[in-house]
Design a protein around this ligand. Structure first.
Ligand SMILES: [Zn+2]
Length: 294
């Protein structure tokens, strides 16, 4: 990344979380060398964004129940560092590094208190308070997708029910539509199921006028808005920055959440908390990972 936040070179390589830790590290290092060579740069230090929980001090991944074999407990920073001659490697949780990028180059420039929320395959977040990311005692604070907004709701990957992630993530929306269709008389008669795992499918169905898809997106909008009021009350942030593919597809969710904050949040958040779209989209993780080194 250049000093102005521009990405100088990009690369892509698929690795699998069930590969061995050594193989995952090897895949990362090969990609780094390839990207650096393309931009004629020497690798002096590396910033890494990871989707799972990680100890930001040691760069070691925790072992949540659904982590792949190779990622569980992997000392990512020390292993990558060893493979590249001992250079500095910093590792951060994806939502935290995106928040860093939003603060430096995105929707939250100059804002000391904001919350970043992403809605895509999962729902996650990061809390920035007084210019610092809230890490918690183990570095894992900010799991905003796992607040349960309906204890009788669908089961979440974390084991609880009705988490925001289990209701409004892309796969959750698709699952809700599938269940609604199976429960509807028409599908019982024809035996058709959707078997989709993508929020974009639900949006497309709603755009075509499918009443079940419209109903699910309406519910999700209300659930999202309710959670944003909670966040406004909890953090009294100046901004809530919302990113991720589902949020991008539904800007009307943000309008609804802003209305809900204005009418239902406690004062002064109801007057001051603004909810905005992320401006960095998919580049936020790459830019923020580099910012871990500054
Ligand atoms: Zn959960």
């Amino acid at each position: 990344m250049g000093v102005d936040g521009r990405l100088l070179s990009r690369g892509q390589r698929k690795t699998l979380s069930n590969r061995s830790g050594a193989r995952i590290v090897q895949d990362c290092v090969e990609l780094l060398r390839e990207v650096a060579a393309k931009a004629s740069l020497e690798i002096e230090a590396v910033g890494v964004s990871v989707t799972g929980p990680v100890d930001p001090n040691t760069g070691t991944l925790y072992s949540p129940p659904n982590a792949g074999e190779g990622l569980s407990g992997l000392s990512l920073s020390s292993e990558i560092s060893k493979s590249l001659g001992g250079i500095r490697v910093a590792v951060g949780k994806d939502t935290n590094v995106i928040a860093l990028a939003e603060a430096a180059y995105g929707a939250a420039i100059g804002v000391a208190d904001f919350v970043y929320v992403t809605i895509s395959t999962g729902v996650g977040g990061s809390i920035v308070s007084d210019g610092r990311i809230l890490l918690g005692s183990g570095g894992c604070a900010g799991e905003l997708g796992h607040i349960s907004v309906n204890p009788a709701g669908p089961e979440c990957g974390c084991g609880r029910r009705g988490c925001l992630e289990a209701l409004i993530s892309g796969p959750a929306l698709a699952r809700r539509l599938e269940i609604a269709k199976v429960e509807s008389e028409i599908v019982k008669e024809t035996g058709q199921g959707t078997l989709q795992n993508d929020g974009a499918y639900v949006s497309a169905q709603a755009a075509k006028g499918d009443p079940l898809a419209v109903q699910i997106l309406d519910s999700a909008k209300v659930e999202f808005a309710s959670a944003m009021v909670d966040f406004a009350n909890l953090f009294n942030s100046e901004l809530i920055v919302v990113g991720g593919s589902v949020a991008r597809a539904h800007p009307e969710w943000l309008n609804r959440a802003q209305q809900a904050i204005a009418t239902s949040a406690l004062s002064p958040s109801r007057e001051t908390t603004r909810i905005v779209q992320s401006t960095l989209d998919d580049d936020g993780g790459l830019i923020g990972a580099a910012l871990l080194l500054y």
